[in-house]
Design a binder for this molecule. Structure first.
Ligand SMILES: NC(=O)C1=CN([C@@H]2O[C@H](COP(=O)(O)OP(=O)(O)OC[C@H]3O[C@@H](n4cnc5c(N)ncnc54)[C@H](OP(=O)(O)O)[C@@H]3O)[C@@H](O)[C@H]2O)C=CC1
Ligand SMILES: CC(=O)N[C@@H](CCC(=O)OP(=O)(O)O)C(=O)O
Length: 314
């Protein structure tokens, strides 16, 4: 049984990770760190947590002192570096999976989107940057046809408000969101840069947050250099994601939020082609807390520790 430590356990993603780890026999939660919940049983965060495990408030040195195989950092952006430095000094061989955006642009870290980046770099890796939630859905919409694009892909995204984390803000305030849809990050959202970098082509992204708690959808406008027929468009996705158990290709209708929310995997569909075959619209729905975060982290932990990637997930 590989021993996994979790920092940021009180967050929405931390709770999902505790639940998913409880579903595996080859990895288990060895410690859970939260400053606000220190001293409480881990079952207060998620009923599936190991009985008898008490939440601790661990700083970087405290985390680095723990005898674990891997540490998952589920902290807000900008907080990971001291933890990484302390773990690197004390146990350089330990696996670190960071859920924030802090290392997604760092070539020394493997970018952990197994379905698209390939698994070779993730197997046995010790530093893995988990992708962003919209960035995961956006890349699933664009990657199978990226080489055919005539220009930037234009992506429209709507997320549930759990995407904005637990620190109070307008973007996770149910009162401000009631009967509302909030555009934000109108230019330069971090996931715009993340997608552009990892797709190797420019993306324009318009994020929105809505009044539902979890799940997100990305609708992608794609323009092609040469016309495509519908069979070619469908085949690009069907073949591109063949043998990927966490990606469902939806061929008979357009995916909606409910196709992704509370699901471990992503639903990809749309397949709407303009009359001249030069433009298509694709859609991806997934759960921002699951395939957009915690499920992806479990896949990455399993690959890094050379375990079954999909155990407990499919
Ligand atoms: N929410 C989502 O949909 C997604 C989130 N992510 C990423 O996953 C990570 C976790 O997300 P989420 O669960 O929403 O995060 P939260 O904003 O809920 O933060 C997680 C926890 O981190 C702890 N924390 C906050 N600041 C610090 C600090 N300075 N030092 C130590 N601990 C701190 C807090 O617990 P306490 O105060 O008790 O210590 C908090 O509950 C983030 O990097 C996020 O960007 C990625 C994809 C999707
Ligand atoms: C609604 C909302 O605010 N969503 C977040 C998505 C958070 C996320 O996926 O991630 P990273 O911070 O890990 O990139 C946002 O747009 O920043």
């Amino acid at each position: 049984m590989k021993r996994i430590g979790l920092v940021g356990a009180r967050g929405h993603v931390g709770r999902e990770l505790i639940r998913l780890l409880a579903g595996r026999e080859d990895m288990g939660l060895a410690f859970a760190s939260s400053r606000a919940m220190a001293g409480a049983p881990a079952t207060a965060l998620a009923p599936e947590a190991p009985e008898g495990l008490t939440i601790e408030a661990l700083g970087p040195e405290g985390v680095a002192g723990k005898d674990v195989d891997a540490v998952v950092l589920a902290l807000p952006n900008g907080e990971a570096a001291p933890y990484v430095a302390a773990i690197e000094a004390a146990r350089p061989g330990a696996v670190i999976v960071d859920l924030s955006a802090d290392y997604r642009f760092d070539d020394a870290w493997a970018y952990g989107l197994p379905e698209l980046q390939g698994r070779e770099r993730l197997r046995g890796a010790t530093r893995i940057a988990n992708p962003g939630c919209y960035a995961t859905a956006g890349q699933f919409c664009v990657a199978p046809v990226r080489d055919r694009l005539a220009g930037p892909a234009h992506l429209f995204g709507v997320s549930g408000y759990s995407g904005a984390g637990t620190s109070p803000s307008r973007r996770n305030d149910p009162v401000a969101l009631a009967d509302n849809l909030m555009p934000y990050g109108l230019t330069g959202h971090l996931h715009e840069r993340e997608m552009s970098r990892h797709l190797g082509g420019e993306v324009r992204f318009s994020p929105h947050v809505a009044a539902f708690f979890r799940g997100l959808i990305v609708t992608a406008q794609l323009e092609f250099a040469d016309p495509l027929d519908e069979a070619t468009l469908r085949n690009a996705y069907v073949r591109g994601f063949a043998d990927e158990p966490l990606i469902e290709i939806v061929e008979d209708r357009v995916p909606e939020i409910t196709d992704g929310a509370n699901q471990n995997g992503a639903a990809v569909g749309g397949f709407a082609l303009g009359e001249d075959g030069r433009r298509a619209v694709m859609v991806c729905a997934l759960d921002n807390l699951l395939k957009g975060a915690a499920v992806q982290a479990i896949q990455n932990l399993a690959l890094a520790l050379e375990l079954d990637e999909f155990d407990g997930l499919v």
